[in-house]
Design a protein. Sequence first.
Length: 336
Amino acid sequence: MSVKFSNNGHSTLASSLTTSATSITVASGHGARFPSLTGSEYFYATLIDSSNNLEIVKVTARSSDVLTVTRAQESTTARAYAIGDRVELRVTAQGLVDVGTPAADSIINSMIADDAVDTPQIADDAITAALIDDNAVGAAALNVSGNGTSGQALLSDGDGSFSYGVAGGVLQIKTGTYTGNATVGGTYTGGHLTVSVTPKTADSSYLIIANCFFGYQNHDLFADVGVDVSGASPGGNITPEGASGGGDTCYHISGIASTASTSSVDDWTIATTPMHYFWTPSSDLGTGTRTFQIVSRRRGSAGSIKWNERWDGGTDSRNARPVSTMTVIEISSGVI
């Protein structure tokens, strides 16, 4: 729908007009002075009687000298008019507003072709949110298939087309803590420190960062630590890859040596070290919930290690009952 104008469009009424009439006949041959209309086009005209009373009408069709109108526009009142009263195409307030508001579908591809936006057709900042109806620009207009899913962004495919996907590098961060003081022997054991993640995408990579604390029963022990990424329920005995009988989805990430000497007091010292592992699955694993867990064991001929506490249960001189933590960061495929 668009408003039309013509220069000096004017005439007189060829027949009288009642207050409810919606068809105006102008003087013979004068219809051509007014715009031709097609589809939903229109123009505003003003009726003036001999006493200079005015009424603005909206002309929605013209057939030769006959105008089809909607009466009493722009706060004017419908009146009766006599033969010879004037009808003129004047600039009206609503007409100017309509000119400044692009009608639906009036901006076409040819208007926004290469470099067209820099021409006088569309001035800088002329297209604002108020000029675009809600949902007026659909996915098809942007060469996009479907509606995507919650949280996805519209990404360039690099060939002029677009598709929905996950934008950015870090998709989510999950953390877990363990405050217990479980005792672990010479067999890899899990279930103490776990983090569950529901992946945002099936082909994500993961950065696992852990900070674990262990007390030692004997000064010559060593804490072996791994991360299990199999997604199985936490707990049980799991041997990391690289160790005897190791699995493909459990990885050795660090070893923490006792800081003790041969004295019994030093044997109780807590040792700690930050650990990290970057894991990229060899194939898409889907988006079902996965459980990451830290597995640990003591390495040495005898004795045990204890999470988060001196072996005798006392207060360590450097850390009073610390908390072991693990952070799992899901990273979009291809970022690293």
